[in-house]
Design a protein around this ligand. Structure first.
Ligand SMILES: Cc1ncc(COP(=O)(O)O)c(C=O)c1O
Length: 424
């Protein structure tokens, strides 16, 4: 059989053709996946050279003054955090666990601590670790931070603790329609309600909390938006924030417009339009001199650099359709189950078959790839064009570099965990 892939196959470049789309599987990742022992599978394989090249492109598309923080929740592997180091201004962390881990993986780099429901222990740890930028999600969150910051002795010349008030701002309905995950513009537990804005600003500016400094506003409103919608959202966040600052006669130093750049699992070669987004952010920054704009993407930075690689254990027909059961499943790669999509993949044929009995295979042109879990929800990819798929062939599921291993329910059914590999 021949290698099958659900994404575009690379073709020979011609001088007038636009640049070839990024391949669904890089040569380095393919080589590593094929060189792994069967006992190493399933495996997460990350191509750090591909990650660096992509991050460099993203950075180059952003205007010089726009800051880029990586949302560590997308993939906190230490090697990933370190590889992104030269291209990012800092990292956004959302728990005490991320705070400790990221602080160790990329020591000395700026961290912004956000997330709803921060505990006093987590806030104390962040203050002790030297975090000076907090995304405050409620009036209570603000009071906790103020009380803990005031309890710490402040050395002469030490900067105050910076606060960005995270707001759940209204978003145009058209923007929300395209979003796969809306965190703002509708009732959610994220950020302060705009109705609390005046109270929050007064608490930070009436002299009652001298250890805190209001730096600005944070708003991560939705995930999965294309560049025009995300730009419109950034423009409305900045307009709302400048208006708030003007009403209170305070300086607005920073606005963080969040992450949420679209990643297409159906068309993996179509990537977020960073050029358009960067140019729009440049216009926005130019219209607000003295204001630092910041973004904090996760998925669109790291999704493309990771693969979940495994092997076909069994192939069978069921009621007229072919199913291939692979080693592992959605307890290792939960993304297709949570988002309800088919994970793009590449089949890597393996010729060796060590058993004396017939090798399970399909005569059908396509197979549905499932995992080992005892639930019909354990679907990795439906109707994959893979004629002649056989047991022992390998499969590399792409776009597994973000919200993949770290969001999965690893121990359901107690299968062994995947091995992890970094190439490049
Ligand atoms: C506060 C915050 N910032 C940034 C992100 C990153 O979003 P994305 O991975 O969609 O870019 C998230 C994701 O949930 C988030 O909650």
């Amino acid at each position: 059989m021949t290698a099958a892939t659900t994404g575009p196959s690379p073709s020979a470049p011609s001088p007038s053709a636009p640049p070839a789309p990024a391949p669904l599987l890089t040569a380095a990742a393919r080589e590593r996946i094929l060189s792994l022992e069967g006992t190493d599978l399933p495996a997460y394989v990350y191509d750090l050279t591909a990650l660096r090249a992509h991050a460099a492109e993203v950075r180059a598309a952003l205007p010089a003054g726009v800051e880029l923080y990586y949302a560590a929740k997308a993939n906190p592997e230490a090697e990933i955090l370190a590889a992104l180091g030269p291209y990012v201004d800092g990292y956004e962390v959302s728990s005490g666990g991320e705070l400790a881990h990221v602080g160790k993986a990329v020591p000395g780099r700026p961290l912004a601590f956000g997330g709803p429901g921060k505990t006093p222990a987590e806030v104390t740890a962040a203050l002790e670790q030297g975090v000076r930028r907090f995304h405050v999600e409620s009036l209570h969150d603000l009071h906790v931070l103020a009380a803990l910051a005031e309890r710490r002795p402040r050395r002469e010349g030490e900067p105050r603790v910076g606060v960005l008030l995270r707001f759940n701002l209204p978003l145009a309905d058209a923007s929300l329609a395209g979003s796969s995950l809306a965190m703002g513009g509708r009732p959610t537990p994220f950020g302060l309600d705009p109705a609390d804005a005046n109270t929050a600003v007064r608490l930070l500016t009436d002299g009652g909390h001298p250890h805190l400094e209001l730096l600005g506003v944070h708003a991560h409103l939705a995930s999965g938006l294309e560049a025009p919608e995300l730009l419109a959202s950034a423009e409305s966040i900045v307009a709302w924030s400048t208006d708030l600052a003007a009403r209170h006669r305070v300086r607005l130093a920073e606005v963080n417009v969040g992450g949420g750049m679209h990643v297409s699992y159906a068309e993996p070669a179509r990537r977020f339009d960073w050029q358009t987004y960067g140019a729009g952010l440049g216009r926005l920054a130019a219209a607000h001199p003295g204001l630092t704009l910041r973004i904090e993407p996760g998925r669109a930075l790291t999704a493309y650099c990771g693969w979940y690689a495994t092997e076909v254990l069994d192939v069978k027909d069921s009621h007229g359709e072919a199913f291939a059961v692979v080693r592992g499943g959605t307890h290792h790669l939960r993304t297709p189950a949570t988002k309800g999509h088919d994970q793009p993949c590449t089949v890597l044929p393996v010729e060796a078959w060590p058993h004396p009995w017939p090798r399970p295979s399909t005569h059908r042109p396509e197979s549905t790839l499932t995992g080992q879990l005892c639930t019909p929800k354990d679907l990795l990819a439906r109707h994959v064009p893979a004629p002649g798929l056989r047991a022992a062939d390998r499969v590399a599921f792409a776009l597994a570099g973000a919200y993949a291993w770290n969001i999965s329910h690893h121990d359901f059914l107690m299968h062994p965990h995947p091995t992890h590999h970094f190439v490049g």
